[in-house]
Design a protein around this ligand. Structure first.
Ligand SMILES: Nc1ncnc2c1ncn2[C@@H]1O[C@H](COP(=O)(O)OS(=O)(=O)O)[C@@H](OP(=O)(O)O)[C@H]1O
Ligand SMILES: Nc1ncnc2c1ncn2[C@@H]1O[C@H](COP(=O)(O)OP(=O)(O)O)[C@@H](O)[C@H]1O
Length: 351
């Protein structure tokens, strides 16, 4: 039993000893509390599991440096810290097993004394299992797909160089509500004011990227999923992506929004509203006429199987039966300026 006695003589005063026992217990409890607290905070802030050890490092940078000796060496530093962390945890686990076998598994120590040793092993094993499980999932996933994230410039670096933020302005509404007309005018207005802007339009995208998709509910879901991803790339490239799609389903627009939120990019939903009768009167492509005649199936707002779900809380609402195209553009620009998203020069006359 003298195996674990400290070789350095310690003060023998009994209250000093008691103080030592309680302080080490307190420190242990504090350590566990900090660990759990950091894990919970990390979970909320990063929406993923344990990031406690490498929170101060940018994950994209870490992955990009996986096979490189250049860069800031963050990856190597993180690996060293992780290696030491895992080595300490493994040492802790091995130590707890030794203590259990040598100190507690003896006939004189039945339950509950034996429980101290067992609890020590369980505590150490749980920490090791939990941490390794969380790291393993992510690396296995990337290994299985054989892909590595390559980070170049960060979004912050791009926007600083280009001196403009990236964002997505998402126009949703019935066919002929005025989405394309407003999107075109807005794109021109921003470009004339030296902002990079690019319009992604329902009709146009279906000539290329999404030419394999029709208007069944499944195809519309896929259409919006792809556009959400593309718009996010434009926004990440420090451009104003102006997406004008019917995008009839609330859930799909939310997916596009969440994608931007997760990347820290601004997403502004604009409901381009119009009464169905007004849209039908406009009917610039005679699509409503064809839908009423039964020539076009699944036509949004007309066919019972093609509903339009209005946004519940769009950032901007425009009723094009009451507001002109110029009013609509001014309203969007006003929103961008008053929310500190873009600042357009005051003296411009171009639109
Ligand atoms: N069945 C049916 N329903 C709705 N729209 C139809 C349909 N068939 C063809 N079109 C033309 O396609 C344009 C809408 O494409 P989107 O990609 O915006 O639609 S969706 O978001 O996937 O619902 C739409 O363009 P806009 O009028 O500019 O909205 C129409 O020109
Ligand atoms: N206030 C308005 N805003 C937008 N378009 C309008 C407005 N008033 C009339 N229009 C007309 O309505 C039609 C809308 O067509 P479009 O922009 O292609 O709509 P969508 O892209 O939603 O199908 C155009 O012919 C446009 O000139």
């Amino acid at each position: 039993m003298s195996l674990f006695r400290c070789p350095i003589p310690l003060p023998s005063a009994s209250n000093l000893r008691t103080f030592g026992v309680y302080s080490s217990g307190g420190l242990f409890a504090l350590g566990i509390w900090f660990f759990l607290d950091a894990a919970i905070v990390s979970k909320h802030a990063n929406a993923s599991d344990v990031h406690v050890h490498i929170n101060s490092l940018e994950k994209a940078r870490l992955s990009a440096e996986s096979f490189s000796f250049s860069g800031s060496n963050d990856a190597w530093k993180a690996r060293l810290v992780l290696f030491l962390g895992f080595a300490l945890m493994a040492g802790g686990l091995a130590g707890s097993v030794c203590v259990l076998v040598l100190k507690y598994v003896v006939p004189e120590y039945p339950f509950p004394t034996l429980y101290f040793g067992v609890a020590n092993v369980i505590a150490n094993s749980t920490v090791v299992l939990w941490v390794s499980q969380n790291f393993e999932d992510e690396y296995n996933y990337n290994l299985a797909l054989n892909i590595t994230w390559h980070a170049g410039l960060t979004y912050a670096e791009r926007t600083a160089i280009l001196r403009q933020p990236g964002l997505t302005i998402w126009l949703t509404g019935l066919s002929a509500s005025g989405k394309s007309t407003i999107a075109t005018a807005l794109e021109q207005h921003l470009l004339h004011n030296a902002f990079s802007a690019y319009r992604l339009d329902g009709d146009n995208i279906r000539f290329g990227l999404n030419k394999d998709l029709g208007f069944s509910p499944e195809d519309r879901v896929e259409n919006i999923r792809r556009i959400g991803e593309v718009a996010k790339l434009f926004a990440d490239a420090a451009t104003v992506a102006i997406a004008s799609f019917i995008s009839p389903y609330i859930a799909d627009r939310k997916i596009a929004r969440d994608l931007h939120d997760a990347a820290g990019l601004t997403f502004i939903e604009v409901h381009v509203d119009v009464p169905l009768e007004v849209a039908e009167q406009r009917d610039p492509k005679q699509l409503y006429q064809k839908a009423r005649a039964g020539i076009i199936k699944n036509f949004t707002g007309v066919s019972p199987d093609a509903p339009y779900e209005k946004p519940e809380k769009p950032e901007i609402y425009i009723d094009t039966s009451r507001e002109s195209v110029e009013d609509a553009v001014a309203k969007i620009v006003e929103y961008l300026e008053s929310n500190g998203i873009l600042k357009l020069p005051k003296d411009t006359t171009s639109s």
